[in-house]
Design a binder for this molecule. Structure first.
Ligand SMILES: Nc1ncnc2c1ncn2[C@@H]1O[C@H](COP(=O)(O)OP(=O)(O)O)[C@@H](O)[C@H]1O
Ligand SMILES: CC(=O)N[C@@H](CCC(=O)OP(=O)(O)O)C(=O)O
Length: 260
């Protein structure tokens, strides 16, 4: 029997609000068993970039990352955000270890080739990108890895990688070794049938229903890459994929993804 592992991803909406972040950390600490945390922080990074006179540019939910933007997001994600989360988890008694992809070569990416769009210093991952033996060692040693959205290419170049993608790739790469549950957590209670009605949570979503809701426009914006990453993980053998409220991870309200 494989041991259970929870991979939890939180995004900018929660990280930006100190009270919500504090509550989330308490809930995450309460989750039993082995766990990994992946955090974004895109919203706060955009605010910081603007305050520095750099206009944020997003295409299809991905940030165009020039050299100046890479400097800022590295400081913000791998520095302030990652270290604050680790400190808050340590305060609770979870022995967290903050990681960028370069640390222990835990996530090696490839710079996205220039196509119709030049994304700059953005890294793409494959299932082979993950140093799974290192993660197994850390988990069996009682540590909780905390990943930020910064990866590297093995040639000295840091890269910016979408945090939903990092969570999905980690889940896929670790699925042969653990019974993985992948939790995408944000500020809504799950995938909503009507984005303006917080009570319209869809308890179970199939790929067919996702395509329908996408075509009708009911699922839009940041939810699209999240669900695409979520279905990719389910397809690759991840046991369970859940979309839920970061403050309610120990409660039953949520959207569970199913193959059919
Ligand atoms: N059907 C939907 N259900 C829930 N959220 C939706 C839906 N369609 C669009 N959204 C929007 O997607 C956002 C989540 O995506 P995003 O902001 O990228 O999350 P995060 O930064 O947490 O990764 C929600 O805050 C919501 O405004
Ligand atoms: C390449 C790319 O788009 N990187 C993301 C990484 C952070 C992220 O994913 O943050 P959220 O999860 O809070 O959206 C960005 O810089 O916005």
């Amino acid at each position: 029997m494989k041991e259970q592992l929870k991979i939890v991803k939180i995004g900018g909406g929660i990280l930006d609000d100190p009270e919500k972040l504090y509550q989330f950390v308490a809930e995450f600490h309460r989750l039993p068993g082995l766990k990994v945390l992946v955090h974004g922080g895109g919203k706060g990074a955009s605010t910081l970039l603007q305050s520095l006179g750099i206009e944020p540019q997003m295409v299809n939910g991905r940030r165009i990352t020039d050299a100046a933007t890479l400097d800022v997001v590295t400081m913000f994600y791998a520095g302030k955000t990652n270290k604050l989360l680790v400190a808050l988890l340590q305060e609770r008694g979870t022995n967290a270890l903050g990681l960028s992809g370069a640390d222990g070569n835990v996530l090696r990416a490839t710079r996205r080739p220039i196509g119709a769009v030049d994304y700059g210093y953005v890294g793409d991952l494959t299932d082979q990108s993950v140093n799974t033996p290192l993660l197994q060692t850390l988990l069996s040693g009682g540590l909780t890895p905390v990943f930020c959205a910064i990866t590297h290419d093995g040639q000295g170049q840091l890269l910016n990688t979408n945090a939903d993608t990092i969570a999905s790739v980690l889940a896929r790469a670790l699925a042969p070794f653990y019974e993985v549950a992948l939790h995408f957590c944000f500020e809504k209670d799950g995938v909503l049938a009507d984005v303006h009605d917080d009570s319209s949570v869809i308890p179970q979503i199939t790929l067919a229903l996702f395509q329908e809701l996408k075509a009708s426009g009911a699922i839009a914006a940041g939810m699209l890459p999240k669900l695409e990453n979520a279905f990719a993980a389910l397809d690759a053998g991840v046991e369970k994929v859940i979309i839920e409220n970061a403050l309610k991870i120990n409660e039953p309200v949520k959207t569970v993804l199913c193959q059919s």
